[in-house]
Ligand binder design. Structure first.
Ligand code: ATP
Length: 240
């Protein structure tokens, strides 16, 4: 589904990603982990061209999205993204947040968009919040709305960039449960996270970055029990 080859990214004189190659199969969940500043978010943001790679290619279903002719908006329609900060529209109700993009971008009727929106809000346990404004929701609830809103576009790929990092600890679990409920339902998922237990339990693969390099790409059991690199060992010693 996603094939990254020789990806490098430089900001000014700072080399942030070095020659990264990895593949994510359809329906798989890949957790991207590593120390702060190792380039995890940048790698994720390259996958939907929120950052433009300096070198290399990113094939989505065989099509290289780094080519100049790529229609970025079409690419992003198929790739949902959930950020650390929820980015909901504050002046819209929860349901309006849900229906805005499907109506505007996909031309779906209000009635159908609302029906789908309510269905998805029910799925994330927030049916009763349809008419609430984001300002009245907890952080965990806002993030669940943000996830449901991404799903409303029916993406084949979902990218999660530290979706629980801005939450109070008691809200982390409810958001992780929602993400876990999406895993292995057919959506291809890449997740940048510091939640090691979650990565171990839910991911099919762990990609460990250090200093902008993909140092390990392994199954969770292998990675957590028997990390190959000294850097991963040190990292896990600190995290677990
Ligand atoms: N837009 C930008 N302009 C300049 N430098 C940037 C930009 N975005 C990221 N960087 C730098 O690139 C490096 C990698 O950042 P990135 O956010 O990808 O790391 P990360 O592994 O996700 O870190 P964290 O876990 O702390 O979020 C950092 O040194 C950061 O300061």
């Amino acid at each position: 589904m996603i094939k990254i080859e020789g990806l490098s990214k430089r900001f000014g004189s700072l080399d942030v990603l070095h020659d990264i190659s990895m593949e994510i199969n359809k329906g798989d969940v890949v957790a991207i982990i590593g120390p702060s500043g190792s380039g995890k978010s940048t790698l994720l943001r390259c996958m939907n061209l929120l950052e433009t790679p300096t070198k290399g290619s990113i094939l989505i279903k065989g099509e290289d999205i780094t080519k100049p002719k790529t229609n970025i908006l079409t690419v992003r329609q198929n790739i949902g993204m959930v950020f650390q900060h929820f980015n909901l529209f504050p002046h819209m109700t929860v349901l309006q947040n849900m229906t805005y993009a499907p109506m505007k971008v996909k031309g779906i009727s209000k009635e159908v968009a609302e029906q789908k929106g309510i269905e998805l809000l029910t799925r994330v346990g927030l049916r009763e919040k349809v008419d609430a404004y984001p300002g009245k929701l907890s952080g965990g609830q806002k993030q669940r709305v943000a996830i449901a809103r991404s799903l409303a576009m029916e993406p084949e790929i979902m990218l999660f960039d530290e979706p629980t990092s801005a939450l109070d600890p008691e809200m982390v679990k409810e958001v992780l449960q929602v993400i876990q409920s999406l895993a292995h339902t057919g959506i291809t998922m890449a997740l940048v996270t510091h939640e090691m237990a979650f990565a171990r339990e839910v991911a099919d693969r762990i990609c460990f970055l250090d200093g902008g390099r993909l140092v390990e790409d392994a199954k969770p059991a292998e990675f957590f029990q028997n990390p190959k690199s000294e850097r991963a060992k040190q990292f896990l010693d600190k995290m677990i």
